[in-house]
Design a protein around this ligand. Structure first.
Ligand code: URA
Length: 247
């Protein structure tokens, strides 16, 4: 943890409003540090050593935040973009001071589970190619996905750049009949995260993904009650299981 930080940043992190709102609180004399009324919202404080109160209420500081986003299509998995809306634009204002970033990427047209955090160590561990964190997707695919695709994905398929994928588990929910205009519906679990991996794996077997949604990442499952475009903080149980998985 950083030893010191600005008082207004600390209060913004703990949900006391924007920097200008916090300035007003300080001006009103309701913020105190170790029992003394704070005079400057930019003063340096150490959340581990200083006792900070607002209107007498003790401020409990936390450094990290962990958010689950149900990413919609049309939004990019980046912290900034000149053209498109980013996943950060979908988050509640109260998280704007946490400097969160998406852990890995979903394509602009992919929906589903995206973890956002400012815990760089966890992100690094979850994304490490050595960890093989499983990621499960639901996909709709043009063409009849069949037993030979299940076997090919289990063996590993050769992508357009010559890379041979690790073993992946394909579960066919419905084998579509292309002659009837039907799509196949599948679940696929991969243990790595190459660029456009799911789409390119289907390309490798002559099929095209028309819809893609991530359902889980390691132990974290997309909350079925979380509406598209909405986010929520991980529960304590989810957070602990992710941290344990990322070790
Ligand atoms: N694979 C893809 O092709 N796209 C994604 O967004 C995620 C995995």
């Amino acid at each position: 943890m950083k030893a010191t930080l600005r008082l207004d940043k600390l209060l913004a992190h703990t949900g006391f409003g924007t920097r200008s709102e916090i300035k007003q609180l300080v001006k009103r004399g309701v913020v105190s540090v170790d029992g003394k009324t704070a005079k400057d919202s930019g003063m340096q404080v150490n959340p581990e050593r200083h006792r900070i109160t607002v209107d007498g209420e003790l401020v409990v500081y936390r450094e990290f935040v962990y958010l689950m986003l149900h990413k919609p299509q049309g939004v990019v998995s980046a912290t900034e973009d000149n053209r498109d809306q980013t996943v950060l634009d979908l988050l509640d204002e109260q998280y704007s001071h946490f400097d969160v970033f998406p852990v890995g990427r979903l394509d602009k047209d992919t929906e589903g589970l995206l973890l956002l955090t400012n815990d760089g160590k966890l992100a690094h561990n979850l994304l490490s190619p050595r960890k093989h964190v499983p990621k499960m997707y639901y996909a709709e695919v043009s063409g009849a996905v069949n037993e030979s695709d299940i076997e090919a994905f289990a063996r590993g398929v050769t992508l357009d750049d010559g890379y041979v994928t690790m073993t992946a588990e394909l579960n066919v929910l419905h084998c579509g009949r292309p002659e009837a205009g039907e799509l196949s519906r599948v679940e696929l679990t991969i243990h790595e995260g190459k660029f456009h991996q799911v789409k390119r794996m289907f390309q490798a077997v002559g099929k095209q993904v028309t819809y893609l949604k991530r359902l889980s990442m390691g132990p974290l499952k997309l909350d079925p009650a979380l509406p598209l475009g909405q986010s929520r903080e991980l529960t304590e149980e989810e957070r602990q299981s992710m941290l344990a998985h990322g070790e």
